[in-house]
Design a protein. Sequence first.
Length: 235
Amino acid sequence: MTHSNTSALVLFSGGQDSATCLAVALTRYGRVETLGFDYGQRHRVELDCRQCFIDSIRAQFPEWGERLGADHMLDASVLKSLGESAMTDDVAIEMTEAGLPSTFVPGRNLLFFTLAGALAYRRGIDVLVGGMCETDYSGYPDCRAATLAAQEQTLQLGLDSMVRIETPLMYVDKAGTWALAAETGGQSLVDLITEETHTCYRGDRTHRHEWGYGCGTCPACELRSNGWRRWKAGA
């Protein structure tokens, strides 16, 4: 069911999860805009994938294209200046003494939603959509449902607005994410996500696997490839 009078801003990184959420939002809302962040990520090739994916959505799904509005890009490089992580610097991907992977960028999603909320306020947008998940994920505390519920309340209080945060993948594993893409846009959307999104933390676009591009060994690639295999086995 499409909520034709409701608008959404999708945090679209260029990766699999946010691409799936973008497709879902285009089936739900009358107007959808997209927002990306440049925070000095090692896998900044994902930013190059964004426009290709958006252009392909417009071309292959004309009905969705009619609802797809402006794309925005914001500079969030302050995150890189706060300290090293394997997501922003050439350091090893490993578990840290804090019990979190070295790819964790402290405060990243908190900042993203704060900026998204401010932009949504300016644009008259009702819903913020993110691809965060606490089922198949790397353990980041700012991906948890409780964190984002608190963030939503903070935005509503701070903006004096009833802006909502929606996370369609919060309780969906990676196999379910592939299945959701197939249910939402059929094989055409699955093929588009496979070919034109990027999730690999190392930014590897030289190796093409059945599930897409990536090094094949980083945590993001492992989650994506394992989810693909589980989905195919159950399909």
